[in-house]
Write a protein that binds this ligand. Sequence first.
Ligand code: SGN
Ligand code: CA
Length: 537
Amino acid sequence: MKNIEYIIAIFLVLNIACTGKKSETKRQKQPNIIFIMSDDHAFQAISAYDSTLIKTPNIDRIANEGIRFDNAYVTNSICSPSRAVVLTGKHSHLNGVRDNIDVFDGNQNTFPKMLRRAGYETAIVGKWHLKSEPTGFDYWNVLPDQGHYYNPDFRTPNGIVQEKGYVTDIITDKALAWLENKRDKNKPFMLMYHHKALHREWLPALRHLADYKSDLIKEPQSLFDDYKGRGKAARDAEMQIGEHMGLSNDNKIAPGLVDKLGFEQFMGWYEGAYRNNLARMTKEERATWEKVYGPINRNFQENTPNGKALIRWKYQRYMQDYLACVNSVDENIGRVLEYLDEKGLVDNTIVVYTSDQGFYLGEHGWFDKRFMYEESFRTPLLIRWPHKIKNRMVNTDLVQNLDFAETFLDVAGVEIPGDMQGRSLSPLFEGNNENWRDALYYHYWEYPGIHAVKRHYGIRTDRYKLIHFYYDIDEWELYDLEKDPEEMNNVFNDITYESTKQLLLKRLSELRTQYQESDSLNQAFFKADLERLKNNK
Ligand code: SGN
Ligand code: CA
């Protein structure tokens, strides 16, 4: 070897050794991330927030060993849009998924892609609901569309595969299998572990079918809301337990019996949902089902409730099944936390528990979500990271699902791109809320659509909420959350709120500019959505 070649060779060896060492130390610092997201999990059904309805010891463990956010919100309270916001750190009008019909453009930048480039091993298991193929993941094994509860299908790079068992258990099996056997253990990992539960039609695991069936569950104060203090949007929404919840698909009364008793199903195809769910079970599984729902059907036939009593009965049936589904989610999260204990992965693994949005558990007489009213706008958020976060912290700053991407990039030491619109939650982990945001922006678009919740956008500060319902109406609502936490009384036209109203209108307009929204953009979406409606017909 000539001298010069020898020198170059030594230089290269040293250089590789140094960069190798550098990335090794960087890696050691980069935390692992497990992002757990359930579907439609109301904070009212997590005992870390409220133990009236249920005990969730495993989910609570995340709060007890970490931080509980009491003012966590979404930007658009519906499934696919929420997921697109989480991935991109951008509001719906910029990431292209404004409703459940839009298809996610997998070519755009997402935090999993960026983490992967920064040396992470990434995976997603469970609910995806963004239609296009997942991008940015070393491993993905997701549900097609909404997925199924019993013996569910999974979408994989090799096609659809049906699995035996209950969806919440199987998603967890897949998550644990990836953690244990499928990932490169030399890299930090980021796992998105997304449950289908607690989505409608709330089908519990067979071992939980009987849970709560003989309990009397506490009714919310506003179960018989008459919507008097609010506008047309609340009155017109088709998400009332009494009127719009299906006796068959939702409450599990056999379609034949529903007909026989002279009830109308809210929508004909809901009967099909009931039959399709049963058709996925084996004979033995159906026998177990029959043992629990058979007596409920017979009792309904013998003591058929009507009027208010029917609403009360439906509420009980709804909550019995919903809460029984929560039990499986809680158990399975316990399995994941135990795995981290066993493997010594607790200290530098960030565990996030959240939902794609909140949900109505009978408040205002409703189920479902979509509205900017608290129960659906707000979402649970618990984070454990012993390395940085002390036990039992409680935070009340206004945070949003818009902030996840930025947070994960930040903790991994990756620069947050300028076009992401949220903020890293990292300073809040250490109790530092200096210059934190004073207001949240919200925009819901899926109208006309199922549940008939009108398009609206608005602003929430720590005390007030101002909402504009538009499209086929033009109505404003203003709530004083301190005096009226249940949002029963719209004070938009109350003269005593005039100066507050003006301040909020101004701040709302600033937020719309900050997030790059405008009336002209809205008009363009109007047109595009109308075209889409026409083409779908
Ligand atoms: C389905 C449900 C709706 C629900 C949407 C969106 N009906 O259409 O009640 O609002 O999903 O939910 S169902 O009878 O088919 O279950 S989301 O969580 O995916 O946004
Ligand atoms: Ca959802």
